[in-house]
Design a protein around this ligand. Sequence first.
Ligand SMILES: Nc1ncnc2c1ncn2[C@@H]1O[C@H](COP(=O)(O)OP(=O)(O)O)[C@@H](O)[C@H]1O
Ligand SMILES: [Mg+2]
Length: 242
Amino acid sequence: MIQLKNVHKNFEGKPVLRGLNLEIYDGEIITIIGASGAGKSVLFKNIVGLMKPDSGEIIVDGVDITKLDEDELHKVQTKFGMLFQGAALFDSLNVYENVAFGLRRLTNMNEVQIKRKVAELLEVVNLSGTQNLPVSALSGGMKKRVGLARALATSPKYLLYDEPTTGLDPILADSINKLIVKVNKQLKVTSIVVTHDMKSGFEISHRIAFLSDGVIKETGTPDEIKNSKLEELRKFISLYFQ
Ligand SMILES: Nc1ncnc2c1ncn2[C@@H]1O[C@H](COP(=O)(O)OP(=O)(O)O)[C@@H](O)[C@H]1O
Ligand SMILES: [Mg+2]
């Protein structure tokens, strides 16, 4: 379980997170929605310890990661898989090397084991047999899926996705959504999605949290969010959910 308690983050005096509270339960898919610039990526980076809040607690399985030194933080970070906007792959490497990257860095697997694991992961993301393709030759949707396979390589407990469907056509977005659900169910990965893609949020999430003015203003099931009385959220939904 992850608990965010009274998290504040400013940039040059400009507040982005202003006392944010949120709980993320084991096994769920939670989508954090909010407008562009609301602070979703900043929140993402704070949760995984890539950015430190100015104040507040970020408790991962009982440990406040804001209080850890670098070595201790790196240990906790092995619990996280991350899929960044734009997938952030190594373009000069092939699919195999991209997926194997985390395994080489964080495990003692030998090449035979790595080979088997990469094949397994590529099967999960429906990319079997693409090991030798150069990443530069892949479509946007395929790159996302390679990024997902790489994020899954080290068997994370928590998987964070930053705008996984933004900029994809509806069919591709749908296939990524199906994968997020499949990975959550099949591998029992707690899944945290930050996005302004309301439609995807409604489709895949157990719970949705609405980020605005640096705090979570509402949380609930997709149905509860659709029926929220919060005027600002109703407006957001009508803007982003056609
Ligand atoms: N490293 C940074 N330095 C200064 N300002 C930042 C930094 N990262 C984010 N911001 C600012 O924080 C705000 C929220 O950004 P972000 O979390 O990227 O929004 P989004 O919800 O679109 O992901 C923006 O105003 C952005 O300019
Ligand atoms: Mg962002």
